[in-house]
Design a protein around this ligand. Structure first.
Ligand SMILES: Nc1nc2c(c(=O)[nH]1)N[C@H]1C(S)=C(S)[C@@H](COP(=O)(O)O)O[C@H]1N2
Ligand SMILES: [Mo]
Length: 612
């Protein structure tokens, strides 16, 4: 691990953690789980139950070292991620020995007091001494929090169990963090409130309870956190994706910001010299010129499922073609705000290399300072999306928009911006969004740069029989034209990052042997911004009989439709996913292939129906 990474984690933590280094080095991925892979370890129920006292008094006084008041809490997600990625159940020999030796709860665990869940609840995020529960143990995290940048995020769980929070992250077993936590143990959950060694389910707060409702048309991959792609039908239907069906990619819960209070939401801006300035949303709106920019957001995992299908297994959410959408964003220019905060745009200085963004929940990422300050870069702090107030799922009340870059940098619910000589210390900056070679199974995290500007990609989103001119009379008479006369309409999108415009979209009806050009749809009247930050919608129309001439080599009534795009730098898409395979399935931009079922199409012609 590099020195900068260690530095940002904080020497403080390293001193405490001893063995954390190997734990970090082996951490693989922090994608959310599709389902909880938490395996409950059964803990032998105590034979006797001590009567619940309304006010349990710890038999052991907390270490005076822990009695510091809460100092200012720094933002950032690094430690949180590491903490939760590492807090996994494991067989703790000491613990098992303790359990085995205990005969009654009062004298088990070396006299650890038992607490009712209601008592733990009093030690919530705002209390003087926040506590959390892990398995059946109670920890006082008062001291933990200020010691670690980003540590305050654990406060979200204070007063209850932290289990729902690490379910969010994928598994990495490590005893080290448990060791750290052990220093903060103050008691155990009272057996009355335990079931199978865990706090009663209905007492565990669901961090996602306040998440907004989602449109039923969305293709939901995971609900908690919400990861949902834009349905195919909606993708190329309109140039601007309606807010309700704009894809959602949340790593955690949606932070709650009271609408009435949203103008008072603050963003702290910190410059390399340590100076910081606080801007409320109201300040930003009132003091800076507002700009509208039309830009695509695309997840680096868009089309990951194709890579899995055509190469091999990839880790992460199995997006198809809908982790991309386009919207008109309105807000203020980040460069204007940074200048106001005191950063020299002409000469930002040696220490100004990256601009880091943190969101209210814990997420964070950064972009190079050149991207942030580029007068043609259109980087925004946006309050509006498609003329509406920014929806909660998309960052209400304010998010970062970095046009042409991977959407992972467009931090939602942004509350802190730091100009630094280092990248953001989060896993989303330093690990998750990188591409290794197809053969590089071992990922040396510092070897490659984080994904920023996006490469060119394209996809077929819909293939259907075009309604024929006399459809109505056909339907009435129950007749249909001969299959050869029907027109198949193929639709899709093409997009390239960095403000590069799509030049050409090539379509093949025979798996990539022969090609023709698709018709690019002119949406330029809707484009706003210094460069082309948008996708190009395209369509291609062809007679069904033409596709029929391209039965696949096995003689099946299937044709393979293929699309690839070329941008204005003449970058084009690679042919195969195998050639760009990476374990994380990032940037799956190979030619997009779709099987076209001729038999089904012909059948629906005979039925006089139009294929959707
Ligand atoms: N605060 C915050 N910002 C975030 C994320 C997040 O989980 N939390 N996800 C990022 C990723 S990986 C993507 S792809 C985009 C998705 O933006 P959207 O949900 O508005 O489509 O937001 C980015 N910004
Ligand atoms: Mo993403």
């Amino acid at each position: 691990m590099s020195t900068p990474v260690l530095r940002q984690i904080g020497w403080d933590l390293l001193k405490v953690t001893r063995g954390l280094r190997p734990c970090l080095r082996h951490a693989q991925t922090f994608e959310p789980l599709q389902s909880s892979s938490f395996c409950a370890r059964s803990i032998r129920p105590p034979t006797a139950i001590r009567t619940a006292s309304s006010k349990a008094v710890p038999t052991r006084l907390p270490n005076p070292r822990r009695l510091r008041p809460l100092p200012f809490l720094a933002a950032g997600g690094g430690i949180f991620t590491i903490l939760f990625a590492s807090l996994q159940p494991f067989d703790d020999p000491i613990r098992i020995a303790q359990d085995a030796a205990s005969s009654s709860p009062s004298d088990s665990d070396g006299g650890l007091p038992r607490y009712r869940l209601a008592e733990v609840k009093q030690h919530g995020p705002k209390s003087e001494r926040p506590w959390v529960i892990y398995e059946d143990k109670v920890y006082d995290i008062t001291d933990w929090v200020p010691a670690h940048p980003g540590g305050e995020v654990i406060l979200r769980a204070a007063g209850g169990s932290i289990e729902p929070y690490w379910d969010i992250f994928s598994i990495h077993k490590s005893p080290y963090v448990r060791e750290i936590l052990e220093q903060y143990v103050v008691g155990r959950v009272h057996p009355i409130d335990l079931k199978d060694g865990r706090p009663l389910r209905d007492h565990i707060e669901d961090p996602f309870v306040a998440d907004p409702a989602r449109d039923a048309r969305m293709r939901m991959l995971t609900e908690k956190p919400c990861n949902a792609e834009t349905p195919n039908d909606e993708l190329a239907k309109s140039f601007l994706t309606p807010n309700e069906v704009f894809y959602v990619r949340n790593h955690m819960w949606v932070p709650v910001v009271d609408e009435a209070e949203s103008d008072n939401h603050n963003i702290t801006i910190e410059l390399p010299d340590g100076e910081s300035k606080v801007y409320s949303v109201q300040d930003l709106k009132a003091r800076f010129q507002q700009h509208a920019v039309t830009a695509v957001l695309q997840c680096s995992g868009n089309r990951r499922n194709d890579m899995t299908r055509y190469a091999q297994k990839t880790n992460g959410l199995q997006w198809t073609v809908g982790a991309i959408s386009c919207a008109k964003w309105e807000g203020v220019r980040l460069r204007d705000v940074l200048a106001d905060a005191g950063l020299s745009l002409e000469d930002p200085g040696e220490d100004a290399k990256h601009v880091q963004f943190s969101g209210l929940e814990a997420y964070g990422a950064s972009i190079p300072v050149a991207a942030a300050l580029d007068p043609m870069g259109d980087v925004l702090l946006a309050f509006k999306m498609n003329d509406a107030v920014l929806p909660r799922d998309h960052g209400f009340p304010v998010r970062v928009i970095v046009p042409g870059h991977v959407a992972a940098r467009c931090v939602k619910w942004v509350n802190k911006i730091v100009v630094s000589d280092e990248e953001s210390n989060t896993t989303w900056q330093r690990r998750d969004y990188k591409c290794f070679g197809p053969n590089e199974a071992k990922q040396d995290w510092d070897k490659y740069k984080a994904i920023q500007v996006m490469p060119v990609t394209s996809a077929i989103t819909r293939t259907r029989l075009k309604p024929s001119t006399n459809t109505e009379s056909d339907a009435r008479s129950g007749q249909s034209e001969s299959a050869g006369d029907r027109v198949v309409q193929i639709e899709g999108y093409a997009y390239s990052g960095g403000g590069r415009e799509i030049q050409r979209v090539d379509v093949s009806l025979d798996g990539g042997e022969t090609w023709d050009q698709a018709q690019l749809i002119d949406d330029t009247n809707l484009e706003r911004g210094s460069k082309v930050w948008c996708w190009k919608r395209w369509k291609y129309e062809v007679g069904l009989s033409t596709i029929g001439a391209n039965k696949n080599p096995h003689g099946e009534a299937k044709a393979t439709l293929v699309v690839k795009a070329t941008d204005d730098a003449y970058n084009t898409q690679p042919e195969s996913h195998k050639s760009i395979y990476n374990l994380r399935g990032n940037l799956a931009t190979a030619w997009h292939r779709v099987d076209f079922d001729l038999a089904a199409a012909q059948h629906s012609c005979e039925e006089g129906k139009d294929q959707e």
